[in-house]
Design a protein around this ligand. Structure first.
Ligand SMILES: Nc1nc2c(ncn2[C@@H]2O[C@H](COP(=O)(O)OP(=O)(O)OP(=O)(O)O)[C@@H](O)[C@H]2O)c(=O)[nH]1
Ligand SMILES: [Mg+2]
Length: 323
């Protein structure tokens, strides 16, 4: 490549297929290690080729089992696949509640698979940003497909769903509370509904119900979500599921939605990064200011309310900048 001689060594290693370099870089992204930035920058032009598929849905519906089944299906077609498992973190321990739930039965020698589990640190937006970055790395590494499993906990899934180009919401035949939890926004992100565990009774009814519901849910585009039945344990419906993903991907291309979506997401990402930067800079400076201490004391003594204190800080900042 033209820029190769100037690329950081880690970026060259990732492009050359060095899995350890890739793993190290992913850890740096997770830890928000800013020293990785030149490498991420150098790798950016190499991403943009992978199909990114999100799989989400309530606990235990078989998302990981479907990831496994899709992995086998895709590897049989010679597609290389990256898998990211995103777990929500406990706000108390900062650790992972679910732990590493994806157990992939893979040939350890198969270089066409790369698996990574991520624990969330901080807010949903931060997790989505790291997931986006890791997805990009797997893309630049040369993976054809990246599957992202999230745990179906609401806000995290919706945020992470914005990383994928096709989102699969996984459900099971005995729909009940699951459908209630979809109100948290999952319904709007579903491009495909997969009724997994179709080996159990009630799958036809659930699929019919979802089709009706999908037809009634307003969308910003003309895609009508597909409903697929599958059984990850029996291996049925996996081809149909992947065909539905391909149908959605080709809809995105022929309708021009792919470019529109990409532009919109890039815009959001640039603005988010700018906002982060501003916020960090502004609050860092404030935390060291004696003015903050004085205001905290005033609020503590109830001679001032918190909102007015914030307002004074804000006005002081604007005045300081204005000269
Ligand atoms: N009968 C039946 N059981 C299934 C099927 N797919 C998965 N299971 C079972 O459902 C349970 C949960 O499967 P997972 O793949 O771990 O589900 P998950 O959605 O990834 O679970 P979490 O990540 O914990 O939310 C396991 O016991 C699976 O064996 C299926 O198609 N049919
Ligand atoms: Mg799982």
């Amino acid at each position: 490549m033209t820029a190769a001689p100037r690329m950081p060594a880690a970026a060259r290693a990732v492009r050359a297929g060095d899995r350890r370099a890739l793993a190290r870089l992913i850890s740096q992204v997770e830890n928000r290690d800013r020293s990785a930035e030149p490498t991420l920058r150098a790798l950016y032009p190499f991403a943009g080729h992978a199909t990114i598929v999100g799989l989400t849905g309530p606990l235990g519906v078989g998302k990981s089992s479907l990831v496994n089944a899709l992995l086998r299906h895709l590897r049989a077609q010679d597609h290389t696949v990256g898998v990211i498992g995103v777990d929500p973190s406990s706000p108390f321990s900062g650790g992972s509640v679910l732990g590493d739930r994806i157990r992939i039965d893979r040939d350890p020698a198969d270089s066409g698979i790369f698996f990574r589990s991520m624990a969330s640190r901080g807010h949903a937006g931060g997790l989505a940003a790291s997931t986006r970055e890791v997805t990009r790395l797997l893309d630049a590494f040369g993976m054809d497909v990246v599957l992202v499993e999230t745990a179906g906990s609401g806000q995290v899934d919706v945020e992470v769903g914005r990383v994928a180009s096709t989102n699969v919401v996984v459900l099971v035949p005995h729909l009940g509370d699951e459908v209630q939890s979809l109100k948290a926004g999952l319904f709007e992100i579903a491009d495909i509904f997969c009724v997994n565990k179709a080996d159990l009774p009630g799958a036809d009814g659930a699929a019919r119900y979802l089709s009706e519901l999908a037809g009634l849910t307003p969308r910003s585009d003309a895609w009508r979500p597909k409903v697929v039945q599958a059984s990850a344990v029996n291996g049925t419906g996996i081809e149909a599921l992947w065909s539905a993903v391909e149908a959605h991907e080709s809809y995105l291309k022929t309708s021009g939605q792919d470019r529109a979506l990409l532009r919109e997401r890039i815009r959001d990402e640039v603005l988010d990064l700018y906002r982060d930067r501003l916020l960090t800079e502004a609050t860092d400076r404030l935390e060291r200011s004696p003015e903050l201490d004085a205001l905290v004391t005033a609020v503590e003594e109830r001679s001032l309310d918190p909102r007015s204190a914030a307002e004074r800080l804000y006005r002081g900042r604007s005045a300081g900048r204005g000269g």
